[in-house]
Design a protein around this ligand. Structure first.
Ligand code: FAD
Length: 517
């Protein structure tokens, strides 16, 4: 069905539209089951709804979503999960489904207490190195836009992940929207509900515990120790610590475990007035209440490298995403209504081995050092404060420091700085090519109203923790399962969740085959 925006927003109107499309009396349509909803702004803005229509029959019981039931695992063998991000939480639920008891150790606070540290950070007052936008219950995806699309659909059951989120409080809209998102106002409640499911089934959570050592015997993992000296024992440990736990990478190296530098991406976060993006994408001044804030997705090639928009947050805000003082990192988030007056997005250049090799030696941390160097430069440029260095897009192209900056959503504040000089030359140069190209694709994208903030450096992990393709264990340490974004096997909430499920299923398979022996 092609629906105008007010009709799309009102399921009661769908029957009317369906009846006239199908030429049946409206009273004969008992039920409409939406399957997919997308927005089409190529001409006049309309919604396209794919639905199953029940004419003269009720929806069969089997079509209704059955709620998952989780068995009591309190007396079952335990598996340690380090990190309560999407990878860790979904691994925990899958372990329970398969009769194993997850013990989750998380360096940060529970999702509610974490909010306090995030507000201090937003006010530019203090950064807690264990509780911030990346660390704490729910992981990096909690205080985010909660976009749930992934290109990794072949790697797992995307709809299963979405259904689990709905069971824990997300809107059913995410099951049908072409580009589903949850919003930062809703995510904490969903994460807390997932924790309740896990603890009610007999799983355990330990917050404010940073894993700092491994217990290893004869090449096999036997458990872990946290920074307070508490010991936890298990033969299987899922390491799902995210892309910002640099101390975890260092800990692994201290046990002579191999790590590898990995391609990632670096750039800036750009912010435009949302109204301008709406005007470009929808060709209208006022989108009204039924049309969502417009998004964009841009990609180009600049001198042999991909440059792309990343984690676009319509109606969102730019946030400070560093994990320790002495570095400045920006990222974006938005609430479920996406109703701030700003649109922000990362614009990042793909970083490949040749880039870090010219910058540094070719060790496991060479790519990470390139990332860290840029973050430190941004911190220095911001006067060693939580402000972000910034520049108008038009001035960036002219290599000119901005004499004034437009209003911006970044709460700790901006400081006008020459981003064109702070960025590595090969990144700045390609960004300039990309901005001109994006302006061809979206007329008006290149404008003095657009402000660039520095830097978008935590796009994905610059380190890979190797694992065997079949056993999913680190090749040098039996029982250690590197998992999720920090290990280099996912990028985003859904793909990390699916990687968590995958590791859990492999572990469950091992226990089942042991029992069969
Ligand atoms: C501001 C922001 C917005 C984002 N928006 C989106 C979005 O809209 N959509 C999307 O798909 N992705 C988004 N992302 C990316 C997404 O959050 C990540 O891809 C995803 O969370 C990775 O999941 P993970 O479980 O692998 O790791 P993480 O979510 O990073 O979780 C790792 C967890 O491990 C814990 N940990 C680290 N070290 C230790 C230790 N030594 N001991 C114990 N615990 C430890 C951390 O505290 C953390 O909770 C966003 C990220 C940020 C920062």
């Amino acid at each position: 069905m092609k629906l105008n925006p007010p009709d799309a927003a009102d399921p009661a109107r769908w029957k009317h539209v369906a009846a006239s499309l199908l030429g049946v009396p409206q009273g004969r349509i008992y039920h409409i089951k939406p399957l997919k909803r997308s927005i089409d702004a190529r001409n006049k803005v309309v919604f396209r709804l794919k639905a199953e229509i029940f004419i003269g029959e009720h929806i069969p019981f089997s079509e209704k979503i059955a709620k998952s039931s989780y068995p009591d695992v309190s007396r079952r063998p335990q598996v340690i999960i380090i990190g309560a991000g999407p990878a860790g939480l979904f691994a925990a639920l899958t372990l329970i489904e398969n009769g194993l008891r997850p013990v989750i150790i998380e360096r940060g606070k529970d999702v509610k207490a974490r909010k306090y540290d995030i507000s201090l950070l937003n006010r530019g007052e203090k950064l807690n190195p264990d509780s911030n936008y990346c660390f704490g219950e729910g992981g990096a995806g909690t205080y985010s836009d909660g976009k749930l699309y992934t290109r990794a659909s072949k790697r797992g059951d995307v709809s299963g992940v979405l259904r689990t989120l709905v069971e824990h409080g997300a809107s059913e809209d995410i099951l049908i929207d072409a580009h589903p998102h949850i919003g930062t106002d809703r995510l904490p409640g969903i994460i807390a509900s997932m924790r309740r499911t896990i603890t009610e089934a007999g799983g355990d959570f330990f917050f404010n515990r940073r894993v700092s050592a491994l217990s290893i015997s004869k090449g096999k993992i036997k458990g872990v120790t946290d920074h307070l000296g508490n010991e936890y024992q298990a033969d299987s440990v899922i390491l799902a610590t995210g892309h910002s736990a640099r101390d975890v990478y260092e800990m692994l190296v201290s046990y002579n475990l191999t790590l590898e530098s990995k391609p990632f991406a670096l750039g800036i976060r750009v912010e435009h007035p949302q109204q301008l993006i709406d005007k470009i994408q929808y060709r209208m001044d006022d989108r009204g209440e039924h049309i969502p804030a417009a998004t964009y997705s841009l990609v180009t090639q600049a001198e042999g490298r991909g440059v792309f928009s990343f984690c676009m947050c319509p109606g969102g805000i730019i946030v400070p995403a560093a994990t320790s003082e002495g570095e400045t990192v920006v990222n974006g988030m938005s609430n479920s209504r996406r109703n701030s007056p700003f649109a922000n997005s990362g614009i990042a250049v793909a970083i490949e081995p040749a880039d870090w090799q010219q910058f540094n030696s070719a060790g496991a941390f060479a790519a990470l050092e390139l990332q860290r160097d840029l973050e430190t430069r941004a911190w220095e440029a911001a006067g060693r404060s939580f402000k972000a260095p910034a520049q108008r897009m038009t001035d960036f192209l002219k290599n000119k420091v901005s004499s004034s900056l437009p209003e911006c959503s970044y709460n700790p504040g901006l400081l006008s700085q020459p981003l064109h000089e702070l960025l590595p030359a090969f990144v700045a140069h390609r960004l300039k090519i990309a901005f001109r190209d994006f302006d061809q694709k979206m007329k008006g994208f290149l404008t003095e109203e657009a402000v660039l903030t520095g830097f978008e450096s935590r796009t994905s992990s610059p380190v890979r923790i190797p694992r065997d393709e079949n056993t999913l264990c680190h090749p040098q340490l039996e029982g250690l399962f590197p998992c999720g974004e920090g290990a280099g096997y996912a990028g985003g909430i859904v793909s990390s969740a699916m990687d968590g499920q995958r590791c859990a299923l492999v572990i469950a398979g091992r226990y089942k085959s042991k029992q069969a022996l």
